[in-house]
Design a protein around this ligand. Sequence first.
Ligand code: APR
Length: 228
Amino acid sequence: MKKLIILTGAGISAESGLKTFRDSDGLWEGYDINEVATPEGWRRNPELVQEFYNMRRKAVVEAEPNAGHISLAALEKYFDVTIITQNIDNLHEKAGSTSVIHLHGVITKSQSSVDPNLVYDIEGYEIRMGEKCEKGSQLRPHVVWFGEAVPMFEPAAKICSKADLFAVVGTSLQVYPAAGLMDFVQYDAPKFLVDPNAPYVSRNVQVIQEKAGTGVPKLAQLLIEQFA
Ligand code: APR
């Protein structure tokens, strides 16, 4: 089976009711990134950070995957699929995808604030202040904040270097190192992009300028017809 690698961003979850970051009325518009998505913000006001992610976690837990997530999961019948997502929601897994790399962590898990290797599942919506890890430190969201290392980047880049087919869905490609993953894909591997606003990438990328809910099923059909 051909290796199909798909890089996804907030756009694939927009039609599931989860806000993107940089579209109009995006998630960041109500909040200062430095207050809620940096280690400094956590040190300054952990309660505000907890509140921000508890609110987002409730929306994620209640969200359902859309046709975009479901079409990608169905491609596992035809290709050796790995999804590399910047999203901290778990909608790819809810749709049935079995190989998902979360570059920026996942909101449904917590981690120790002194040892990032101590990761825990969260029952329900909340991490409460006072909840501690086995080392006695406050639990924080298991997400990568701005300025923190992206430990899954190396493995993801290696996987991209072996892609036979590569697709990008619903990301503005403005945040590195994730946005640089396409550079690791072999030049002659067919590349595709699904996005209604289609950020310009390069000549040899086939663009489907549609929302994920209709564009990803179209991409899936094209991939099956031409490459399966
Ligand atoms: N279907 C597909 N794409 C969509 C849809 C949709 N329904 N709606 C919006 N988009 C596209 C937008 O055109 C844009 O290109 O999704 C992209 C969203 O871009 P961002 O909001 O910047 O989200 P993303 O690229 O995932 O951000 C990357 O930045 O804030 C950090 O850590 C955060 O993981 C996030 C990273």
